[in-house]
Design a protein around this ligand. Structure first.
Ligand code: ITT
Length: 196
């Protein structure tokens, strides 16, 4: 089986991606290769961050790697939190604080102006060659949390093409079918499966 490292420590993400990639690849997370550093993500764009993480793994571990970075782009906030999504509330990976900040900043924004999208950039470094993939999903930011599934901003994001539920009210399968990361990974999988 071919090995592929995903440059993440996010267990939710690892699980989602393993489920989508199926049996053709052995998917390893950073913990599986003994990497416990917080890989720098200091690029000004999600594309830059994805590439940065994939290059780090290839340089330090010599393994093919793909890395993804996601941003929630809220139109009424000028595209924020965007590349700052993980630590928008001031503390890294504290989703409750992140959501609180968004809801606070958007308290006076009417429904029709609450449009937003999740965008995922994937960088795949394979035998030293960089390949890029993207996925996005349009939707809007609700005024309060709905649902307890998923992670991150899922409880306040209502995808436009759904039935009114937030991502946090869907099971992983339903979410993956229309999500930003689901689509980016689908493009990646199509590419990987087209290879000999
Ligand atoms: P790694 O960098 O370790 O992979 P991360 O949690 O930082 O994990 P991302 O960089 O991909 O994940 O995403 C940045 C933030 O965007 C993340 O912390 C969440 O708050 C949010 N996010 C990403 N994907 C999401 C999703 O599917 N649903 C809701 N929020 C998401």
């Amino acid at each position: 089986m071919k090995k592929l490292v995903i440059a993440t420590n996010n267990a939710h993400k690892l699980e989602e991606i393993r489920e989508m990639l199926g049996d053709g690849y052995e998917i390893l997370g950073l913990a599986d290769i003994g990497c416990d550093v917080d890989i720098p993500e200091t690029a000004p764009t999600i594309e830059g961050n994805a590439e940065m993480k994939a290059r780090y793994v290839q340089e330090h571990y010599g393994l093919d790697c793909f890395s993804d970075d996601t941003g929630l782009e809220i139109d009424a906030l000028g595209g924020e939190p965007g590349v700052h999504s993980a630590r928008y509330g001031g503390v890294a990976h504290d989703s409750e604080r992140n959501i609180d900040k968004v809801l606070r900043l958007m308290a006076d924004v009417p429904l029709e102006r609450r449009t937003a999208r999740f965008r995922t950039a994937i960088a795949l470094l394979q035998a030293g060659v960089l390949h890029r993939f993207e996925g996005r999903v349009e939707g809007r930011i609700l005024t309060e949390r709905h649902g307890t599934g998923g992670f991150g901003y899922d409880s306040i994001f209502q995808p436009a093409e759904g039935d009114g539920r937030t991502f946090a009210q869907m099971d992983a399968h339903e979410k993956n079918a229309i999500s930003h990361r689901g689509r980016a990974v689908a493009a990646l999988v199509e590419y990987l499966n087209s290879q000999p």
